[in-house]
Design a protein around this ligand. Structure first.
Ligand SMILES: [Zn+2]
Ligand SMILES: [Zn+2]
Length: 342
């Protein structure tokens, strides 16, 4: 899949031009971005164990938190299958409102903490500017309102419709129903846990593939440009996408039509896809709150800053394998001058 090299270049904002008087307008770590120690040769067992079980690591805190949220929200707010046999406004609206509340908890929570209360000031904020106001670039002339509109409108709606479709299919014994199982434990326990652990990994593969696809010039110009208006992203930018991108992005859950899954797998996958971008776009390098909360993604900030690099995420080194990885260390401000990790 070709990336939008020339097309993206035209879109690149002239942040460099705005640098200069008044001190640095960008914060950069003085260390290179590193991938998780998963694909290393020779394997580093101790380092891998620390990454898997340590704090912060793969499981703790964020994937454990997302799983706890999924378990709680699924147990108490997913409509019972008996009512999903027919598409009806009531149970679909229930799903939509549940999802809306979840997104507000995460994106709204990060926004409250970092942009309203400003608990970190602009300390370790990648771009020292705050979210754009009074600009025709965004709907309502306001970046945050624009981002909330796309996230809560098309974003939560698309997420909800994928869930509603799957619930309905399970209820009527339709598409994917032969792949669903409803007993988590017993003989299924080891499989259930293993598949759960792999879901964020599957998401990285899917995200990388879809993201490369939507950087193809035509799709970028008509679809993905909307997300990239956020060259200085905030928590609400994560899910601020064109409706067509939402359809691509949430198609990650279609794997459950093929791979045997419990509803928990399905909802964990869907919620992880919907909720993690807020933490990946808030624009601050963690850990925050006196160094207690690990968060932030300089990896993805560089994608918003330079467009043509770091399409994936920082666990599976897909960008490295496909030659699109930048570690953020610079010899100059331009991407071309940054060094690549060997
Ligand atoms: Zn993004
Ligand atoms: Zn992109």
């Amino acid at each position: 899949m070709a990336s939008n090299r020339s097309g993206a270049k035209e879109q690149q904002p002239s942040l460099d031009a705005k640098r200069g008087a008044g001190g640095p307008k960008e914060w950069r770590p003085d260390y290179a971005i590193k991938y998780a120690p998963v694909f290393q040769f020779p394997p580093q067992v101790a380092e891998f164990g620390q990454w898997l079980f340590g704090y912060p690591g793969y499981l703790w805190p964020w994937n454990v938190i997302y799983f706890a949220v999924c378990l709680g929200s699924h147990t108490y707010t997913t409509p019972p299958l008996e009512v999903c046999g027919e598409y009806k406004l009531g149970w679909i609206a229930q799903l939509y409102l549940r999802n809306l509340a979840l997104l507000w908890a995460f994106a709204g929570g990060w926004h409250l903490l970092l942009y309203t209360l400003k608990v970190e000031g602009d300390n370790q904020k990648y771009d020292k500017k705050w979210q754009a106001e009074n600009t025709k670039k965004f709907l309502f002339h306001d970046q945050v309102y624009d981002n909330i509109f796309w996230s809560c409108g098309s974003g939560v709606m698309t997420w909800t419709l994928y869930e509603a479709y799957q619930l309905h299919q399970w209820a009527v014994g339709g598409v994917g129903a032969d792949r669903a199982y409803f007993e988590w434990g017993g003989d299924n326990l080891a499989y259930s846990v293993a598949w759960l652990l792999l879901i964020p990994i599957w998401r990285e593969f899917h995200f990388y593939a879809v993201h490369r696809l939507i950087h193809v010039k035509f799709i970028y110009r008509h679809v993905h440009y909307l997300h990239h208006k956020n060259s200085n992203p905030g928590p609400w930018s994560g899910l601020a996408m064109h409706p067509v991108e939402h359809v691509f992005y949430f198609s990650v859950v279609l794997i459950h039509l093929v791979v045997p899954s419990h509803p928990i797998h399905f909802f964990f996958n869907a919620q992880h896809t919907a909720l993690t971008p807020a933490g990946g776009h808030h624009g601050f390098e963690g850990p925050i709150v006196d160094g207690k909360i690990p968060t932030g993604s300089y990896f993805h900030y560089l994608h918003h800053r330079y467009f043509e690099c770091n399409y994936g995420e920082a666990t599976i080194p897909l960008d490295k394998w496909f030659g699109t990885f930048r570690d953020g260390q610079k010899a100059g401000a331009q991407l071309a001058e940054e060094h690549k990790v060997k």
